[in-house]
Design a protein around this ligand. Structure first.
Ligand SMILES: NC(=O)c1ccc[n+]([C@@H]2O[C@H](COP(=O)([O-])OP(=O)(O)OC[C@H]3O[C@@H](n4cnc5c(N)ncnc54)[C@H](OP(=O)(O)O)[C@@H]3O)[C@@H](O)[C@H]2O)c1
Length: 219
C-alpha cells in the first residue's frame, strides 16, 4: 500500500504519516517547509505535485491554517478583511483543490482509493450556531463543496474511489495552542481515528463530510 500525506510536518499530518509507516504503508510526504510545497505559490505547488508518481491508495491532505494575517479568527463582521479572507481561501480551499486536481492521475484506479482532506466542523453551515470565524468557516465550507464536486467527477473514472472531507475533532497541535481550555485529543489518537474512518468508508459514501468517529457532519 502507498500513501501520500500532504502536510506531513503538521501536527495531524505527522501523526498520520507515522501511523501509516507503523502499518508498513509506504508513505510519500509533502511539506511546505521541507519540499517547498507552499500553496500560497500555486505555480510552485503545482510543479511539486506534477513531479509525483502514483498510484496511491490513500491521498490525505492535512494542510490548513486557522489564521494567516491575524492572531485569532474574527469575532465580528467589523474585523473582516479581504486580505485575511483571501489568504484563508488560498490555504484552506485552493491548496487542497490543487491536490484534488491531480487525483485522477495519482489515485489508484482499479482498486479502492481514498482521497481525504481535513476540513472542520465549523465549516458546516447547518451546524453553525456560534457565529464568528468568518474566513476560516467560509474557506472550509468552500473546501467541502470542492470535495463534493470532485467526488462526483472522480466516480466516473475511479469506480472504487472514496473522496471525503473529514473533521478531526479538537486536536492538540500548534493549531489549537491558543485554546488551552478546550478539551483535546492527542494527534496520535486523532490519526488513528481518521485512518479508521478512511478504512471503513465505502464508494457509495464518497462526496460526504464525516467526523473522526465516522459520523456524517451536516453541510
Ligand atoms: N487541530 C485541530 O483541532 C483541528 C480541528 C479541526 C480541523 N483541523 C484541520 O486539520 C488540518 C491540520 O491541522 P493541524 O492541527 O495538524 O495543524 P498544524 O499542526 O498547524 O499543521 C498545519 C499544516 O498545514 C501546513 N500549511 C500551512 N500553511 C501552508 C501553506 N501555505 N502551504 C502548504 N502547507 C501549509 C503546515 O505546513 P508547515 O509544517 O510547513 O507549517 C502544516 O503541515 C487543518 O486543515 C485544520 O483546519 C484541525
Amino acid at each position: 500500500m502507498r500513501a501520500l500525506v500532504v502536510g506531513d510536518t503538521g501536527g495531524i499530518g505527522a501523526a498520520l504519516a507515522a501511523r501509516l509507516r507503523a502499518q508498513n504503508v509506504s508513505v510519500v510526504g509533502l511539506s511546505r517547509q521541507r519540499d517547498g510545497f507552499d500553496v500560497t505559490d500555486p505555480a510552485q505547488a503545482e510543479a511539486v505535485l506534477d513531479a509525483l508518481d502514483g498510484p496511491f491508495d490513500l491521498i490525505f491532505v492535512a494542510t490548513g491554517a486557522l489564521v494567516n494575517t491575524r492572531v485569532a479568527p474574527e469575532k465580528a463582521l467589523r474585523e473582516l478583511s479581504a486580505e485575511e479572507m483571501a489568504a484563508q481561501f488560498a490555504v484552506n480551499t485552493i491548496g487542497p483543490a490543487l491536490v484534488l486536481k491531480q487525483a485522477s492521475r495519482l489515485l489508484a484506479r482499479r482498486e479502492r482509493g481514498v482521497f481525504a482532506a481535513l476540513s472542520a466542523r465549523v465549516g458546516s453551515i447547518g451546524d453553525n450556531r456560534a457565529g464568528g470565524w468568518y474566513s476560516y468557516r467560509a474557506s472550509k465550507a468552500a473546501l467541502n463543496q470542492v470535495i463534493r464536486t470532485g467526488a462526483i467527477e472522480l466516480a466516473r473514472s475511479h469506480k472504487q474511489a472514496v473522496c471525503v472531507a473529514l473533521h478531526p475533532g479538537t486536536v492538540a497541535t500548534d493549531f489549537t495552542a491558543n485554546y488551552p481550555a478546550h478539551k483535546k485529543v492527542g494527534a496520535e489518537d486523532a490519526a488513528s481515528n481518521l485512518l479508521g474512518v478512511c478504512d471503513g468508508l465505502t464508494p457509495n459514501q464518497s462526496g460526504g463530510f464525516f467526523d473522526y468517529a465516522g459520523l456524517e457532519v451536516p453541510w
